[in-house]
Design a protein around this ligand. Structure first.
Ligand SMILES: *Cc1c(COP(=O)(O)O)cnc(C)c1O
Length: 402
């Protein structure tokens, strides 16, 4: 048995089999490249599922983490620390929710849990009784814990775990009438991804997002936008809702927030900061510890200082143009969708996306899938034109093989 397959076997023997892993043992990263244990190099267009926004070993990032390790890893939330001040202020300023407040979590799904609790508590405070309903979208993805799963619009994720949280109704994404039809006097919140990720890379239409904001204003509902995947520069904006000119009442973030350190957050606007979660309503032992916050503070500093959002906006036309050319040359590509560096190529049914991903690996390209048959491209935000050209040329080879 080779050393690589030996490592894979050890993992299969030790870990619960909840993932079908690709046959590669990754060892280290540098820039926008990953290397396996045999030294083979891969151009990374997955970024650890839209997490490694700065690639690997971005200048200054490792140093900031190491400095915090040498100082203090963890204190609990019973005390103040400087990294929380920096991370909180920088995140708030990116959200542009005046008077807002941040709660740090360890993951995306926990950010959703907190957002759902904040929305329910807001309704409870206003109406004096519990029992609120939430409207979520079909084909949405919000996470794997029970609350987040309850608002995730894919039946096969949910069914084995029912009954889940009650009072959730599903509407059709980008169909405002279907949302209106679900509103009752019990409704307290609407939750949606600004750009659906796992569901297959579907951006909200401007009319839909603006319509949700209007419905929430009319009915005193909380608008929760899940930007765990599409936020923090992936679309070229700090948050994707800024491209639409729409303000949520709560935004959730994670993935790129720590650029590799597990951390998430939900941010509430001034209205919810004043009348939703208070002392004793919510908590976390680890969430927002000094180490995680040092990572967030550094990542957000780099985003601003090195003009990462501007870079994404500048390169997006080239990225989409190259993908459109690829789509025009290959009838196996049915459609391209996306915003910024969050792009999807939907393949025709006779071209399984898994096969394309498998073919790309030996050619030195890492890509992932989304939805039913969508090739998902979510590279580090620091890629250049050359990397895009290489990706397109490898994908073109993979799509030509039959
Ligand atoms: C990944 C993701 C989540 C869940 O985040 P975890 O960190 O895996 O818990 C929730 N919502 C969206 C939109 C995501 O992409």
């Amino acid at each position: 048995m080779s050393a690589i397959s030996d490592q894979m076997q050890h993992v299969e023997n030790a870990l619960l089999h909840t993932y079908n892993r690709f046959p590669v043992v990754l060892d280290h990263g540098e820039g926008v490249y990953l290397y396996d244990t045999e030294g083979k190099r891969y151009l990374d267009f997955a970024a650890g599922i839209a997490v490694c926004a700065l690639g690997y070993h971005y200048p200054g990032y490792d140093e900031a983490l190491k400095a915090q390790i040498d100082k203090l890893l963890h204190t609990s939330n019973l005390y103040y620390h400087t990294p929380a001040a920096l991370a909180g202020e920088r995140l708030l300023s990116l959200c542009q929710l005046p008077g807002g407040r941040v709660f740090f979590t360890n993951s995306g799904t926990e950010a959703i849990e907190g957002a759902l609790k904040a929305a329910k508590k807001y309704a409870y405070t206003r109406r004096g009784h519990a029992g609120s309903e939430i409207i979520a979208m079909q084909h949405s993805f919000h996470g794997r814990t029970i609350g987040a799963l309850s608002v995730t619009g894919t039946a096969h994720y949910r069914t084995p775990f029912e009954p889940l949280m009650g009072g959730v109704k599903f509407a059709v994404f980008n169909d405002l009438e279907s949302v209106k039809a679900q509103i009752t006097d019990q409704t307290c919140a609407i939750i949606a991804e600004t750009v659906q990720g796992e569901g297959g890379i579907y951006p909200a239409t401007p009319a839909f997002l603006q319509g949700l904001r209007q419905l929430c204003d009319e009915h005193d509902l909380v608008l929760i936008l899940d930007e765990i995947q599409c936020g923090l520069g992936r679309t070229g904006y700090p948050f994707a809702y800024q491209a639409y000119g729409v303000q949520p009442d709560i935004v959730t973030t994670a993935k790129a927030l720590g650029a590799g350190i597990p951390v998430g957050a939900f941010v509430v606007n001034e209205k919810l900061a004043a009348s939703s979660l208070g002392p004793g309503d919510h908590g976390t032992t680890y969430g927002g510890n000094p180490f995680a916050c040092a990572a967030v503070a550094k990542v957000l500093e780099i985003f601003e200082h090195d003009h990462i959002f501007e870079h994404v906006r500048e390169l997006t036309p080239y990225f989409t143009q190259r993908l459109d050319e690829l789509a025009a040359a290959h009838p196996s590509i049915y459609a391209r969708r996306g915003m910024g560096f969050m792009q999807g190529l939907e393949l025709t049914a006779d071209h399984p996306v898994g096969q394309v991903i498998q073919r790309a690996l030996p050619k030195g390209l890492i890509v992932i899938s989304a939805g039913t048959n969508v090739l998902r491209l979510v590279p580090p935000l620091i890629i250049t034109k050359d990397h895009i050209d290489t990706m397109v040329s490898i994908l073109s080879q993979c799509l030509s093989e039959s």
